[in-house]
Design a protein around this ligand. Sequence first.
Ligand code: ADP
Ligand code: MG
Length: 502
Amino acid sequence: MLGITKHFGALVANRAVHLAVERGTVHALVGENGAGKSTLMNVLYGLYEPDEGEVRIGGQRVTRLSPARAVELGLGMVHQHFMLIPTFTVLENIVLGIEQSKGGLLDLDSPRAQLQEIIGTYDLKVNPDALAGELSVGMRQRVEILKVLMRGAGVLLLDEPTAVLTPQEVEELFKIVRLLKSQGKTIVFISHKLREVKAISDRLTVMRGGEVVGSHATAGVTEGDIAEMMVGRKVLLDVKKAEAKPGDVCLSIQDVTLVGGGSKLVLDHVDLEVRAGEIVGLAGVVGNGQTELVEVLAGFRAPSDGRVRLDGRDLLEMDVLERYRVGLAHIPEDRHKHGMVVDMDARDNTILGKQRDEPFSRSGVLDETAILLEARARIAQFDVRPPRPDVRAGDMSGGNQQKLVIAREVSREPRFLIAAMPTRGVDIGAIEFIHRHLIELRDSGVAILLVSAELSEVLSLSDRIAVMYEGRMMDVMAASEATEQRLGLLMAGIHDKAEAAH
Ligand SMILES: Nc1ncnc2c1ncn2[C@@H]1O[C@H](COP(=O)(O)OP(=O)(O)O)[C@@H](O)[C@H]1O
Ligand SMILES: [Mg+2]
């Protein structure tokens, strides 16, 4: 790809980007959220037309790219969000779009044979007759890979393929990628996880703010180097923290159960305690009840059964506002939905939920001066940029929006803080800041429940770690006893190695 530029209105998503991928290699495309990686891949796959630049495949300039043309040229894309039809079998999903009919009937015999051959070659064990909807996430991803291989792809574009996988599933994917490479396939692997990039790629290209900042042989750079290129300055990857000094139990969850649609248990008799001055990390693959548990704690949802106490007080009796008043604070998973009002300015967002309280409201009238002072103080304290109370929240970057939300929640001086995906969609610079702040809060005696899909975040911040799987609390352990391997098995619902062998 030579000099690719792509605008979305005034925004430049790709600016004069060069990407050279050698045949038969794994090339990592690395960058923070919003760096322009997916845009570049969509240009390559013919989904977007670039404003400038050209694409060459095997030395030949390709014009008027479209996904159909890209497939003809041997490109295959596995999107971050899978596109399988749940009520179709694996084979039917794979044949979809390339089917040949035999006298008006769908011919599944020759594709079946071809599929079996590919499954054999790449050791991609999948049952062709299983329903796609009944497969695990890792399996569905395999089907997507099989699908592009069936279409004869020589170059596979994998857009953040590990984002939805457990550590063991990541290992299995890596085995597949290595096998694909050994058979001469070319892989573009998109990720922002440095360890994965180091583990799997031969070369890497780093993007920042729509531009390429460097391309290197992977063996020649460290994780720290890559992080620095991604962010544009030195970053501390390890969180420095002293031993926790936990006090009394602050939050106690007992036997909390939530029945979902089809009488399925979304939360299955969950027990958990968080002490003052400790961070309990809640790990798990997204969608195993973590979100619902947080919703129960925050008061968005009533459980079917169970008890939740904060400093001995029954939280479930209270509405959201009352919970805040007795010491709860909440950094929500979806900041746009539950954390802020994007159409309001930074100033009003800093007092959301406190607008009825003194000094912001006096005898039912908002005190504009007090609100402005508060906004200025929070913006300065959390280094929110731009440092202007009148900026529309929706126009700030994700990292600064998140700092604003955290600043507001922390200024409640909570007893118990729920930090749900506190660094999702946030750049590395802000991640560092947020992590340091959470540790400071812990050290000041706040009880913190950290919910995160990033295992490295859970491991580096938590004092104790709990793992959820299908609504159940699989285990709770001291962080010192947790390894990625152990957590990964629990995240897949497996208690020990013997079980894993089955
Ligand atoms: N279809 C689109 N319309 C408008 N803006 C877009 C579109 N797709 C991406 N962007 C913007 O372009 C920038 C790069 O996005 P993207 O390529 O998705 O980054 P990455 O994949 O590295 O996270 C971001 O600022 C994003 O908001
Ligand atoms: Mg992307």
